[in-house]
Design a protein around this ligand. Structure first.
Ligand SMILES: [Zn+2]
Ligand SMILES: [Zn+2]
Length: 244
């Protein structure tokens, strides 16, 4: 084990800075790509929203630092000190655990998100933390990370905390992060990416896509989930889909 004095923490700080840059670039490139796709698929959908989009990008870049710092420190600890339950050898766990680990992460993240999100809709907290996200009316492909710093902190700690408890192969962790990025952006972009026959299928009835989250941005007190409709359905907060 490396000692944590001096150069150790300096390297952790470098890792935090590098991760912030990566998160910011990932946001700009993926949100940029879907904003560009929106211009082709739904020309004029974001017309007149330029001032809102500028604010969304500003809040999102601040969120990138809040997401990047814990992720960077944990990535450094994983590499240098053997922190976390991330594994790189495919034979370390049975192969069936690979998809199961992805589902466990998504479900744990979804559960955390549902309850913290509902909590942030209480008037006192809404005004102080969550109003920034709902200032996007309607949301756009740039809204995905548009959070007040308090809200960003609640989101930024989930995955870095989970990797200390739930074993996951590094490639599956990459998949979880890719799903998180894709759904965070497409759920806000104002049109449905997925085919109607999936969205309106039996399976679709348990999954969250743009049609579901759009209704949250229209009606506020419903559809709080992130990936799955399980908690919304169990708690009676599911109000169905918006017609996009
Ligand atoms: Zn939202
Ligand atoms: Zn909300």
């Amino acid at each position: 084990m490396q000692d944590l004095s001096g150069s150790g923490w300096q390297a952790a700080a470098w890792s935090a800075g590098a991760m912030t840059l990566i998160v910011a670039l990932r946001y700009l490139l993926t949100s940029g790509a879907f904003a560009w796709a929106t211009r082709i698929v739904r020309p004029g959908l974001y017309q007149g929203l330029e001032p809102q989009i500028r604010r969304e990008i500003g809040w999102s870049l601040a969120s990138a630092a809040i997401y990047g710092v814990p992720a960077g420190v944990v990535a450094w600890g994983w590499q240098q000190l053997g922190w976390t339950r991330i594994y790189t050898d495919f034979s370390a766990f049975p192969l069936w655990y690979l998809p199961l680990s992805v589902l466990l992460y998504l479900f744990a993240h979804d559960t955390w998100f549902y309850w913290t999100h509902r909590w942030m809709h209480r008037p006192w907290l809404f005004r102080r933390a969550h109003a920034v996200h709902h200032a996007s009316r309607p949301p756009t492909a740039w809204t995905a990370m548009s959070f007040h710093p308090w809200e960003a902190v609640t989101g930024a700690l989930v995955i870095p905390a989970l990797i200390f408890f739930i074993p996951i192969h590094v490639a599956m962790l990459g998949l979880v992060l890719a799903i998180m990025t894709l759904m965070g952006i497409t759920n806000h972009m104002g049109w449905e990416l997925f085919p109607a026959r999936l969205v309106h299928s039996r399976l679709g009835g348990w999954l969250i896509t743009a049609s579901h989250h759009q209704r949250h941005h229209e009606n506020y007190q419903c559809n709080y989930g992130l990936y799955f409709r399980v908690w919304d359905r169990l708690c009676g907060t599911d109000r169905g889909l918006s017609s996009l």
